[in-house]
Design a protein around this ligand. Structure first.
Ligand code: NAD
Length: 484
């Protein structure tokens, strides 16, 4: 029998106390990376090697399943996600302090309803004088997935559906600041697996994910594919691993409003998209380029939608709070870095940091800035939206492309001029380009198309789905098997 470790002893004591008192102790949270309301989470390990060994067994079980059985597990994941969307939304906000419960609930429902399952896998056949060649989408095997703090449980569930649909198993190394929420989702997937007759542990995660456990994952011979979702640091690390990788990186989505747009609708769409989950989604509007002719009207319409306009002195004060100077370890040079205490916070809470009490209905802080302002250049992930005035569409496109920093992630535009829309779409080269709608239309929310929370710009898979997590295999039957 294997030895019991300190974490496990602490967990057992905690659960016994919880059961006796039927509630968490004073000052104690009723969730952790290994338990939720006294219930132990399934599939959580202290050692990455053990987790990988477990999911290697799970992969064997998945490989032995029919596609129909895999689909049954996916249906069960969808059902539990719908049922527990509210609980995960509340936990996500409670643990990370970021985002909005109602929006997180909607994000979970989106994942449950619009993440493709096994129907996404399509085989191709080529027939001709020399017989039949068949190409099928095969699993990689065990996938190592690194997930973010901004959509923690959404990403775990979305990736699990797509990866399992494709016949893989997964081990996660989630963001340490969102480990309890991520592991709740890992447990949900495992509960769904068991309910649908699959393995007890289909996917796994870490009780204390670290850069070291990520490094073990990245170099482990049994991990055949790495999938990471996060900022530039993790993308760089995963691409340097030498393994096949799918990387979903940072964005800084600009939005252009030209003088042909329906300004009232543009203002509403932009504020709706920008404030969704307090601007945490990587696709959310981060800076606006407005033509001079309509800028004033756009700002007035945004104010009607719950935006609060601050002046340039207030913007400077806010910038000095939400962005802090941190010295680079290698060069010693200082660099503007996000104040994590401000990421994903409510607009009212951010305003109060500069002494403004604007009431509870404020959804977004807007301000007019120049192009070089850090609010334009940095990916804030807060409901703060800078507006840059431009003379014409040429200047709008030039600056918006620069503000996107070549991430090729997302960009948006409000216009009725087809030429302008087309010019910007071609120039910006983003994975997602939304016309005349809130940014979240780009991931299928109130719009056509499937959803994902892993938008792989750097490696080119785009809006990932089950087929992204497959490798192609070819089978050739020479000179035979044709029916014509
Ligand atoms: P983050 O980059 O801080 O963390 C993401 C994950 O990477 C975490 O699990 C973290 O622990 C891990 N990580 C960071 N550096 C690492 C390294 N050197 N080696 C191994 N693992 C490492 O991101 P976050 O704050 O959680 O999320 C926000 C960022 O992610 C934003 O930049 C956002 O644009 C991006 N994001 C992109 C997508 C997408 O689909 N493209 C989706 C969500 C978030």
């Amino acid at each position: 029998m294997s030895e019991i470790n300190r974490t496990q002893i602490e967990e057992i004591v905690r659960r016994v106390l919880y059961t006796i008192n039927n509630k968490p102790g004073a000052g104690e949270k009723d969730f952790s990376s290994t338990s939720y309301k006294g219930r132990a989470l399934i599939g959580i390990f202290s050692d990455m090697n053990d987790a990988i060994e477990q999911v290697s067994q799970s992969y064997k079980a998945v490989r032995a399943m029919s596609v129909e059985q895999r689909e049954r597990i996916i249906c069960a994941i969808r059902e539990l996600t719908r049922k527990e969307a509210q609980a995960m939304a509340e936990l996500g906000v409670l643990e990370t302090g970021m985002g909005k419960v109602e929006h997180k609930r909607l994000k979970h429902l989106l994942v449950a309803d619009k993440t493709p399952g096994t129907e996404d896998l399509v085989s191709h056949a080529k027939t001709g004088d020399h017989g039949l060649t068949l190409v099928e989408m095969a699993p990689y095997g065990v996938i190592g997935s690194i997930t973010p703090s901004t959509n923690p449980s959404e990403t775990v569930i979305c990736n699990s559906i797509g990866m399992v649909a494709a016949g893989n198993s997964v081990v996660f190394n989630p963001h340490p600041n969102a480990v309890a929420t991520s592991n709740y989702a890992v447990d949900l997937v495992n509960r769904a697996s068991k309910l649908a007759g699959g393995p007890d542990i289909l996917v796994a995660s870490m009780d204390k994910p670290t850069l070291e456990s990520a490094a073990v994952m990245q170099s482990h011979p049994d991990i055949k594919l790495l999938v990471c979702t996060g900022g530039p640091g993790v993308v760089k690390a995963v691409l340097a691993s030498g393994k096949k990788a799918i990387c979903a990186g940072a964005g800084n989505p600009p939005v252009i409003v030209d003088d042909t747009a329906d300004i009232k609708k543009a203002a509403k769409d932009i504020i709706d998209g920008c404030t969704f989950d307090n601007n945490l989604p990587c696709i959310a509007e981060k800076e606006v380029f407005a033509l001079r002719a309509i800028k004033g009207e756009l700002i007035r319409e945004m104010q009607k939608q719950g935006a609060y306009l601050i002046n340039s002195a207030q913007a400077e004060r806010l910038a000095s709070i939400v962005l802090v100077d941190v010295a680079d370890k290698k060069t010693g040079k200082t660099k503007k870095t996000l104040n994590r205490e401000c990421v994903g916070r409510d607009a009212g809470a951010l305003l109060s940091k500069i002494g403004v009490n604007a009431g509870g209905d404020i959804r977004c802080i807007i301000c007019e800035t120049g192009f070089d302002h850090p609010f334009v250049q940095e990916e804030l992930m807060m409901p703060i939206l800078p507006i840059v005035e431009v003379a014409d569409i040429d200047e709008a496109i030039e600056l918006a492309v620069k503000a996107e920093h070549g991430f090729r992630h997302s960009a948006h535009m409000h216009s009725k001029n087809i030429d302008n829309l087309t010019r910007f779409a071609i120039a910006v080269e983003t994975t997602i380009f939304v016309k005349n709608a809130p940014s979240y239309a780009g991931i299928g929310f109130n719009a056509e198309g499937h959803t994902t929370f892993t938008i792989a710009g750097p490696t080119g898979e785009g809006i990932t789905s089950a087929r992204s997590f497959t490798r192609q295999r070819r089978c050739v039957m020479a000179d035979s098997f044709r029916i014509i």
